[in-house]
Design a protein around this ligand. Sequence first.
Ligand SMILES: NC(=O)c1ccc[n+]([C@@H]2O[C@H](COP(=O)([O-])OP(=O)(O)OC[C@H]3O[C@@H](n4cnc5c(N)ncnc54)[C@H](OP(=O)(O)O)[C@@H]3O)[C@@H](O)[C@H]2O)c1
Length: 274
Amino acid sequence: MIYVDAKGVRIPAIGLGTWPLRGEECERSVRAGLEIGYRHIDTAAKYDNEPEVGRGIAASGVARKDIFLVTKVWNDALRDGDLQRSAERSLKALRQDYVDLLLIHWPNAAIPLRESLKALASVKAKGRASHVGVSNFPVALLKEAVEVCGADLLCNQVEYHVGLSQRPVLSYIRPRGMMLTAYSPTAKGGVGSDALLKRIGAHHGKTPVQIALRWLVQQDGVAAIPKASNQDHARENFSIFDFELTPAEMAEISAIGGDDRLIDPTHGPTWDPA
Ligand SMILES: NC(=O)c1ccc[n+]([C@@H]2O[C@H](COP(=O)([O-])OP(=O)(O)OC[C@H]3O[C@@H](n4cnc5c(N)ncnc54)[C@H](OP(=O)(O)O)[C@@H]3O)[C@@H](O)[C@H]2O)c1
């Protein structure tokens, strides 16, 4: 396992995504993921699967202290009071006393960011979230949160894969010791057909998806949370710690860059240029 070191916190660089898993399939996926060795699990209030995630964790027998558990507050619960209630509902559904990281899932321009961040900090102060952060925040909003509102954020979770550069966000978070968690890190499996990744993969005896994930977690401050309900995929995505990409390979993959954004809802913010 590679670990991200963010603000002195050690986070497993590969986590398990759980959206849009529900019911038995979700519980099985979480339990199997923990058995494979995953120690970082990503869920959200909006995914409507927190009870299943909690059951999967319990069934795995893995000690809670060894798991980095992340959940998120949806963008309609960002008022002071609403946010804390959402966090409490998540903890009850997960059957947990705390989560390791609580994120604002999407920004909401109709609610003052300062109010949401203060509410988020109060959940942390009560020990119900060890760390807090945001998701889908472009640099302008990160600046507002950190520099104007003084928020102590561990993480910004954003879409990041070989086809979508996140250079502006990375340049912002790195000097501040924050982490970037890459969602849709395999571009929903799409990286599997990339010719460059195939060529580099052939050299290492790895699949293009494994190369795409290794490229992410080999970067400073970057974690990735691929979702895989297929257990062969889950094992494949975790088997990326027995080889290393050369600096030249890292640079070649980074040069793909691009703006191939897959998740772009109407309620989303104005994104940074690629
Ligand atoms: N913060 C946010 O707004 C946000 C937004 C989107 C996602 N997320 C989080 O990020 C997680 C991952 O994102 P995502 O699900 O959008 O994208 P993803 O993990 O890049 O892609 C998941 C898809 O790729 C397939 N796949 C996984 N491993 C594979 C492999 N080795 N070979 C071929 N195909 C493979 C999966 O198939 P199988 O399932 O059949 O194995 C699934 O169809 C989500 O589950 C969620 O936890 C957060």
